[in-house]
Design a protein around this ligand. Structure first.
Ligand SMILES: Cc1cc2nc3c(=O)[nH]c(=O)nc-3n(C[C@H](O)[C@H](O)[C@H](O)COP(=O)(O)O)c2cc1C
Length: 190
């Protein structure tokens, strides 16, 4: 909102000119401070046992915010299937694998719900998955693979290809984060 002096304000022309400039400067400062309004808020969901995926989810959210988008970071179980079915258009998932190719503890309920017979189609949803794991296990990054395939089966649109990260995940994860942010930006309403 731009501030203006009311007509008839008791200031000389010189004073009014100075005050108009001052108010314009205030507006500019406010715009710079707040940045443009986010056009889209992305749900960043993670499944994590020891914190790696959780940290990457935070990095991903920071990348989205730096690109002018909104981002909410939530554990998969805490978000629940509602995160996919009640209005969210873009969901990015980061998950590790535990046990023998299973979901981490905080993603088990989500996975169960996602496989329920009454699960609705997700044609309006765009998604991408980053998997973390250890290639020393038989079922390398299985949780990420399962989520990625199931979301596709339900009709959701894949924004960028899944990446399966091994124990030294930093570089590959950073590349996937860049790709995922770019894909959401390209897909976001102007
Ligand atoms: C008990 C245990 C079981 C694991 N099982 C698997 C597995 O089946 N497949 C896999 O790819 N990685 C497996 N991992 C590796 C983790 O997924 C990997 O260390 C990951 O980076 C952990 O991320 P987080 O801290 O977000 O949970 C296992 C790790 C542990 C400690």
């Amino acid at each position: 909102m731009t501030l203006h002096l009311p007509t008839g304000a008791p200031f000389s022309v010189a004073q009014q000119t100075w005050l108009d400039g001052f108010f314009a400067g205030l507006d500019l400062g406010r715009e710079r401070y707040q940045g443009p309004a986010a056009t889209l808020t992305v749900d960043v969901l993670f499944g994590s046992q020891t914190g790696n995926s959780s940290e990457l989810a935070d990095q991903l959210a920071a990348g989205l915010r730096a690109a002018g988008l909104g981002a909410n970071v939530t554990e998969l179980d805490a978000a629940g299937i509602g995160a996919l079915t009640s209005g969210s258009s873009h969901v990015l998932i980061v998950t590790s694998t535990y046990g023998e190719g299973e979901m981490p503890d905080n993603a088990e309920m989500f996975w169960e719900e996602l496989n329920a017979a009454e699960m609705p189609r997700l044609e309006d949803l765009s998604f991408a998955v980053l998997g973390l794991g250890d290639s020393g296990y038989d079922d390398f990054c299985q949780a990420g693979k399962d989520l990625d395939i199931r979301l596709e089966q339900l009709g959701a649109k894949r924004l960028t290809a899944r990446v399966d990260c091994d124990v030294d995940f930093e570089d590959e994860a950073a590349e996937w984060i860049s790709a995922a942010v770019a894909a959401v930006v390209a897909d976001a309403p102007a």
